[in-house]
Design a protein around this ligand. Structure first.
Ligand SMILES: Cc1cc2nc3c(=O)[nH]c(=O)nc-3n(C[C@H](O)[C@H](O)[C@H](O)COP(=O)(O)OP(=O)(O)OC[C@H]3O[C@@H](n4cnc5c(N)ncnc54)[C@H](O)[C@@H]3O)c2cc1C
Length: 374
């Protein structure tokens, strides 16, 4: 079978492995000019771990494991620790593996069948499902035909828009925006992962190995902007954090200004009643983004890629039956992940000063502190 995968994120690369292992002829197109490897470490958890084992990538994942959630601390405007976040507050089961996105992308990339064609700087422009195959015109002008198109192009999926209609029909905004920016290597300060809050905002530093990332979150209703316009993203973000020069805020905002790879997005979910139509199937965030608040988006990408391949193996001559199987197996994981995404935002980005004080008091009480540590 000739398979086109749109997007070389965690879902697209995972599907490249599982669909390639079935002997399919796989082409992956990635809009960016390279693997998008920035972002904070992400979790592989639950059944995704067993599936990663069957995909042959678990040892590689374990080699790059990092541990960091236990060191998150909330600080005041002078950098003094006011509360600490225990690991169980972020839903770490103890078996979960946390791995930098960069490392996971490279592990997945290395596990692709060498015959897989991965094309950077390319994107679907148009597709037409003719019933017995799909005619695709690419942005480069190239044309080709495929037996199956897998839309693994993220929360703002173009494949979804072309085949299933506008994003607004499926996207539920959870009321937050998130940004991640690389901090210069010499950036120094608190050795843990400090977070400063003011009502509706959090700004912090996440460290692992020799990497330091600035993490910014703010509460906001839906904002319309061009997802591909980096300068527009920076303007929105800098406006949201304007007027604050306490702690390490100015340095992190400088990093935002200079970052050519800034990650900025709404914290949203995608809810769809069905993830396939004809010869097009959606995978990962494109189909069912659970948001970073769930901590399960990458696990869902892995399980989905596995279930899709298993379904195609079971029904090699019946794509409709295979698509239904894939959905039936994947949907329970998605429903659980989407349902657990709720409370994390209130913990990390309290809306009011009262909620912020109450959170800190609660965490201090849990840690057995009677007053803020210094
Ligand atoms: C740069 C980046 C940083 C992230 N950082 C975090 C993080 O720190 N924490 C977290 O929880 N989640 C993060 N995520 C989201 C997380 O990776 C996903 O929720 C999860 O791994 C599921 O992955 P996915 O492959 O479905 O989607 P994504 O990881 O979003 O991957 C989609 C891929 O498709 C590509 N793409 C988009 N449009 C097109 C197109 N038209 N044609 C071809 N390719 C296209 C994108 O460039 C991207 O490589 C990040 C995503 C990205 C892209």
């Amino acid at each position: 079978m000739r398979v086109l995968i749109s997007g070389a994120g965690m879902a697209g690369l995972s599907a490249g492995i599982t669909l390639g292992a079935l002997g399919n002829h796989v082409t992956i197109v990635e809009r960016a000019g390279h693997l998008r490897v920035n972002g904070s470490p992400i979790d592989i958890r639950g059944d995704a771990l067993g599936i990663a084992g069957r995909m042959g990538i678990l040892d590689g994942i374990r080699r790059h494991q990092v541990t960091m959630t236990a060191r998150t601390r909330f600080v005041d405007a002078d950098g003094n620790v006011v509360a600490e976040l225990p690991a169980d507050e972020v839903g770490d089961s103890g078996d979960d593996i946390e791995i930098p996105r960069e490392d996971l992308a490279h592990v997945l990339h290395a596990a692709l069948d060498p015959a897989t064609s991965l094309i950077f700087g390319e994107s679907i422009e148009e597709l037409h499902d003719a019933g017995d195959d799909v005619a695709v015109t690419f942005r480069s002008g190239r044309e080709d035909r495929f037996d199956l198109v897998v839309g693994a192009d993220g929360m703002h999926s173009l494949t979804r828009r072309l085949v299933f209609g506008p994003e607004r029909d499926y996207l539920r905004h959870l009321g937050f925006y998130i940004a991640l920016t690389n901090l210069p290597a010499e950036h120094d300060g608190d050795p843990g992962n400090p977070i400063l809050n003011w009502p509706g905002h959090m700004i912090g530093i996440t460290r692992y190995r020799d990497v330091a990332l600035g993490v910014l979150n703010f509460r906001s209703g839906w904002i319309d902007y061009d997802y591909h316009d980096l300068e527009a993203q920076k303007r929105i973000l800098l406006d949201a954090f304007a007027g604050h020069d306490e702690w390490q805020v100015p340095g992190i905002l400088d990093a935002v200004r200079d970052d050519p790879e800034l990650y900025f997005d709404s914290v949203s979910q995608i809810h769809m009643p069905v993830w396939h139509r004809g010869r097009v199937v959606l995978l990962g965030d494109a189909a069912h983004c659970a948001s970073g608040l769930s901590g399960r988006g990458t696990s869902l990408a892995v399980t989905g890629a596995w279930f899709l391949a298993e379904a195609l193996r079971t029904h090699p001559a019946d794509l409709a039956a295979a698509s239904r199987d894939y959905e039936n197996n994947q949907r329970p994981y998605v429903e659980r992940a989407q349902a657990t995404a709720g409370p994390g935002g209130d913990l990390v980005v309290p809306a009011t000063q009262e909620e912020l004080d109450a959170r800190n008091a609660r965490l201090r009480a849990m840690a057995g502190h009677s007053r803020p540590g210094r």
